[in-house]
Design a protein around this ligand. Structure first.
Ligand SMILES: [Fe+2]
Ligand SMILES: [Fe+2]
Length: 284
């Protein structure tokens, strides 16, 4: 009965939100060999709100550029394609999430702050641990709880019960979801990411962010998102509805090969980036 229901939900995901158009066009363009800075800048400029937000972020204090960057083409050259791509995703998703309605049970603004917070901490962890693509980790962090957005929007009644159960029992949301819905937001979110044709590593960061079930290979990217999520709850950067700080998996911590003293730098840098990002995205 319950497994039938997840199939129904997943098969109806086609009617659910699509990836932002600018992001999709940008991802496609970046795979073509003859893409130019001008073409990339033109695509971002199609959405003026997103273009303006990207420039604001690039010019914020945490990037530390002495001279103001006034045009997108320069921003692309300075930051590089991967960073621009993840900024475009964050900026465009933030405008999309604003259209989703909060309910008594689930506050969208707090949810989105949690997503941005997790993305930033996971990225700073990835940079500190010298991972190759910290921007990919940012994307995984940004989308890690996207399944909750689907549950809150399309399974409102059951999701209200889930939230009530979390409040009553203090259990993790994924445990309450499994009990009430038969599946959790990591499963729904990763199914959506597959529908969106996101790379496998992004799908896996979403699917395994709780590490309540272990992947065949525990990657450093999954570990960074897993720890980023716990730290984000611990430091109260927004809220994804959890009442308890998720316990950090020991293996995930070990695989990143960080020292406990690195955490102080990670949280100082992340807090600064978080505050700037949410003020630029007008989520204050
Ligand atoms: Fe989660
Ligand atoms: Fe989360």
């Amino acid at each position: 009965m319950k497994s039938k229901k997840i199939d129904t939900i997943i098969s109806s995901i086609g009617k659910l939100p699509t990836l932002p158009t600018v992001y999709m066009k940008l991802s496609h363009l970046l795979t073509t060999p003859d893409s130019s800075i001008k073409m990339i800048s033109n695509i971002i400029s199609e959405d003026q709100a997103v273009a303006a937000m990207v420039l604001k972020i690039v010019n914020s204090a945490s990037y530390g550029f002495y001279n103001k960057i006034g045009d997108l083409q320069r921003a692309i050259v300075i930051l590089g394609m991967n960073e621009i791509k993840s900024l475009v995703l964050a900026a465009s998703m933030s405008t999309i999430v604003k259209d989703f309605k909060s309910s008594n049970a689930f506050n969208m603004q707090q949810f989105w702050k949690h997503a941005i917070g997790c993305a930033i901490i996971a990225k700073v962890l990835a940079e500190t641990a010298y991972l190759k693509d910290p921007e990919d980790v940012f994307t995984g962090g940004l989308l890690h709880d996207i399944g909750k957005l689907i549950h809150a929007t399309y399974l409102c009644e059951e999701f209200n019960d889930v939230v009530a159960n979390v409040v009553k029992t203090g259990s993790q949301m994924s445990e309450s979801e499994k009990k009430i819905l038969g599946f959790d937001h990591a499963q729904t979110g990763s199914a959506l990411a597959k529908k969106w044709n996101l790379p496998w590593k992004t799908v896996n960061m979403i699917a395994y962010h709780h590490l309540s079930y272990m992947p065949d290979t525990l990657t450093k990217e999954i570990a960074a998102v897993h720890i980023g999520n716990s730290l984000c709850v611990a430091f109260r950067m927004g809220s994804g509805g959890e009442k308890r700080i998720p316990i950090v998996n020991q293996k995930a911590w070990e695989i990143l090969e960080l020292k406990l003293s690195d955490l102080e730098y990670v949280m100082q840098r992340s807090t600064k980036l978080f505050e700037e990002s949410i003020s630029i995205m007008e989520f204050e």
